[in-house]
Design a protein around this ligand. Sequence first.
Ligand code: FES
Ligand SMILES: [Fe+2]
Length: 446
Amino acid sequence: MSELSVINIEDYPEQQTRGSLLEGQRYTSKTFMDQEWEGMWTKVWLLLGRESELPNPGDWQMEPIGHEEILMVRQQDAGVKAFYNVCQHRGNPLVEDNKGSVKRFVCKYHSWAFMPDGELNFAPDKEDFPEGNPCGKVRLQEVSCETFAGFVWVNLDPNCGSLREYLGPIWDEWALRDIHTWKRTLANSMWLPCNWKVVLDNFNESYHVPTVHMGATTETNRKEIRGHINTYFKETRFDLSDEGHNRMIMEGGYGVGSTDKEGNILEPLASQLKYWDLDPADFKHKPEATREALQQAKRKLGPQRGHTHYDRIPDAQFTDAFHYTLFPNFAVSLWSDGFHFLRARPHPDDPQQCLFDNFWYASPASLESGSERNHGSSEEAEHAMLEYGSDVSIGPGIEDDVRVFVTQQRGFRSRGFKGVYLSNQEKRIRRYHEMVDDYIEGRLPN
Ligand code: FES
Ligand SMILES: [Fe+2]
């Protein structure tokens, strides 16, 4: 894709939905959960690991997805391979932790030892096997694995297409950013008492934002509650790709929420303007004018200040929130120098629980200068496993959503709930549920 076409931000093709009735049982039924597993989870590309977790040959990361555990391992040739975390002798899992580094994976049951490339290298009493010495013959069960944007992606379908094909336009848009160099500044996960789709539904619409995040009531004029981002649906851009992924672009509108009563620009916008050599006083009473001014200043000064990707991304990306949902379970708010990574994974066997991941990443240049709204240091943040309901904060911008996830799941159990009634701006929800159905019924996207 040429630089020019990205700067113009192409529309995705128009998508039709079927008006399917989306009932509560999709979120509560074990039968539906099993259909999703067989039809969908085992057929899609999943963003599962991060390359920076695996700097050297033999380094590994293990992540669960449903009842499977996937081992991602850095190879001698600098590539990454993925395997099911299961010994091919009698099925014991090979590792119990989430990451580590090995010369060989040694099973704790009978000491079979597998090399990082999956080949069995040692078995006690190897001459005692009627089918022959298993060493050099038996291998770990491999899973399709690719890397992109610094992440490790896996697909449990042995006949899957390429990741690039699967990601469609997302590949071109993300390849222009230097996402692989961005550092994790906060990372926590927790089991939530709700189905994984409750989480993804929420990230597939911004209709809830005024109520859940901005204190809007029935009396509120929805056009006049802009904070740092303009959430008004008529001024928000929604795109649905053929591959089942979605994009939403909300202008960094810097509307009424960005000034005090006298019209002075408030923090953090004021500091951001100063960093980019703009005087907040020049924007008194006209916060909307900061959008274009910031775009121009970042375009001009960014590359010389270490923001290496600024000459490749569209103007809008300097100020606006680009929110993507990648089918089936990954959502991300992406701006010029960082992103908020949100993912929900199914529980091994309970449809009313999911593993929720909440990570933040930031560009090295923004961490060094403090120029953007990123927090943290340039060290990769440690991953924390939290417990839902404890007092520990899970980080900004998300606690309000989590509260609603849990109450909504209760509602989905009610016989009194007969199915959703969706607005147009919630079309992405219907579309991805219909994609789930497509996978279950064997209609995979081309
Ligand atoms: S099950 Fe792994 S060595 Fe026997
Ligand atoms: Fe939200």
